[in-house]
Design a protein around this ligand. Structure first.
Ligand code: ADP
Ligand code: G6P
Length: 469
């Protein structure tokens, strides 16, 4: 029997109902819950440096999922997670090279942790198993597994954007990184433009050759590439939204709104999400539309993330100042135009909040997909749905083109889209919502998982173009 072994840095808490941190963990957990499998990753704990690898692997079971986790020591955490993953790869892959720094010692630490992961995995893998690796923390994992002699089929799905070669080349170790990535059998991307950016580098900088079916031949390897937009469980999310529509939390929200329209945003507190631009676009909307004063409120839920990385501390400080300034400018004794909450909600509590909103405002500067956009749409009542205002730079915009698409750098354009969304007639709202639901039902989470797993197990299915997105 060939099992599926999933590997990612972040794993979801195994107890149901607990908040999951970000799109990867939420998506993988939902995908595995149905079919089961082994999932290996970081426990989230950091131990002192005197504890040296190999660190023990702890097993937990929840239904069909076996979760295996390991700690990181401080030195590895600093170089691999806080350093190269989140202060080099994350900003560069999101085109924010101004926020990136690079240090060869951190890159070496990143490779070291990829090797530790490979060491631990050896004990969990049989030769016939297939290995599905997730995201930018583990770009060098296939190389490390191959160095240990693993001949399994190994695939990588990148949840975040892949940058154009000129941007990638800001990372001094770009050649080492790309050579390592070429040890994967299959690499999946969220959008075709991410896939093309990767292919562009392989063809131009590595002398690779493009073969039919998304296959790239380079240095004696054949890497298959494909586009697999991650989805959500549409019906499950709608049920969660409807089931808690009258919860104490939603009633409290309704009472506090007193009939005002609600604009809602939910994000990890990350500079890629475009929060300062979103706040100023809302300010512009208020300035341009005095008729909406007292009739609307904007609630931003932003859960702190990667708080020990410098750029994240800066953005948090900036937003606190901005929220205070905007409220100071427009608030009345009985009206707070912007509510800013730094906390997380369990997803089943979040869904009815989305459903209570007239507008979902999702405006990242860059985003691999953005699951919040899809969750917002899925949570709406089809008979009287809210409107999604979505950045064209989110991967989700490729599928959700029935949203009001905006450029987050265009303050006036975003402000105008807010006005349009708040005033939109029922018929148009229904039409747009139905169009988005149809795409989301087609590109479901099950389809994402099944297509990737099928292409990883059967290389021929990609060669014959059987699973084009
Ligand atoms: P990213 O993966 O970059 O965080 P996504 O929008 O793709 O962005 O995924 C975010 C996931 O995390 C979604 O499933 C969303 O519901 C969840 N999430 C984001 N912010 C919060 C929050 N403040 N509270 C609870 N869940 C959140
Ligand atoms: C994004 C990334 C994930 C990451 C998540 C939360 O979704 O694509 O890989 O797990 O953010 O970030 P964190 O650093 O807390 O794992």
């Amino acid at each position: 029997m060939s099992r599926l072994i999933v590997v990612s840095n972040r794993v979801a808490p195994i107890t149901e109902g607990e908040p999951t941190a970000g799109g990867l963990a939420a998506g993988v957990m939902d995908a595995l819950r149905q079919k089961g499998g082994r999932w290996f990753g970081w426990s989230g704990n950091v131990v002192p440096d005197m504890v040296t690898p190999p660190l023990p692997v702890v097993e937990q079971r929840s239904g069909p999922i076996s979760l295996y986790t390991t700690d990181l020591n401080q030195r590895d955490y600093d170089a691999y997670y806080k350093g190269f993953s989140n202060a080099t790869l994350w900003p560069v892959f999101h085109y924010q090279t101004d926020l990136a720094h690079f240090d060869w010692a951190e890159f070496e630490g990143y490779r070291r942790v990829n090797r530790h992961f490979a060491d631990s995995l050896q004990a969990l893998m049989a030769p016939q198993d297939v290995v599905w690796v997730h995201d930018y923390h583990l770009l060098c994992l296939a190389e490390a597994l191959r160095a240990q002699g693993a001949r399994n089929r190994i695939g990588l799905f990148l949840h975040i954007p892949f940058p154009a070669p000129a941007v990638l080349m800001n990372i001094p170790a770009h050649a080492e990184l790309m050579a390592a990535m070429c040890h994967y059998d299959l690499i999946g991307f969220q959008t075709e433009s991410d896939r093309l950016a990767f292919a562009d580098y392989v063809l131009r900088e590595m002398g690779g050759e493009a073969l039919p079916g998304g296959v790239l031949a380079v240095g004696g390897h054949a890497i298959r590439t494909g586009v697999y937009p991650i989805g959500v469980h549409v019906d499950m999310l709608r049920q969660e939204a409807a089931a808690a529509a009258d919860s104490a939390q939603v009633q409290a929200l309704r009472a506090s709104l007193g009939g005002r329209a609600l604009i809602m945003s939910v994000d990890r507190l990350d500079y890629s999400k475009g929060l300062p631009q979103r706040f100023t676009a809302y300010e512009r909307f208020l300035a341009d539309n005095p008729g909406w004063h007292r009739k609307v409120e904007f609630t931003q839920i932003a859960v702190p993330s990667r708080s020990d990385v410098h750029a994240y501390q800066e953005i948090r400080r900036e937003l606190e100042g901005e929220a205070g300034r905007i409220n100071g400018r427009f608030a009345e004794l009985d009206w707070t135009p912007l509510r800013y909450l730094n906390r997380s909600f369990a997803r089943r509590d979040l869904m009815p909040l989305y459903a209570a909103a007239q507008v979902g405002l999702v405006t990242p500067l860059r985003d691999g997909m953005n699951l919040v956009a899809k969750e917002f749409v899925a949570a709406q009542d089809p008979a009287d749905p809210g409107v999604l205002v979505l950045s064209r730079f989110a991967g989700a915009a490729r599928e959700l083109d029935a949203a009001l698409l905006i450029n987050p750098h265009d303050e006036a354009g975003t402000a105008a889209a807010l006005e349009r969304a708040l005033s939109m007639r029922l018929e148009e709202r229904r039409e747009r919502h139905a169009a988005m639901m149809a795409v989301m039902r087609h590109n479901s989470l099950e389809r994402w998982r099944d297509r990737f797993e099928c292409d990883l197990r059967n290389p021929a299915s990609l060669e014959h173009g059987a699973s084009a997105a």
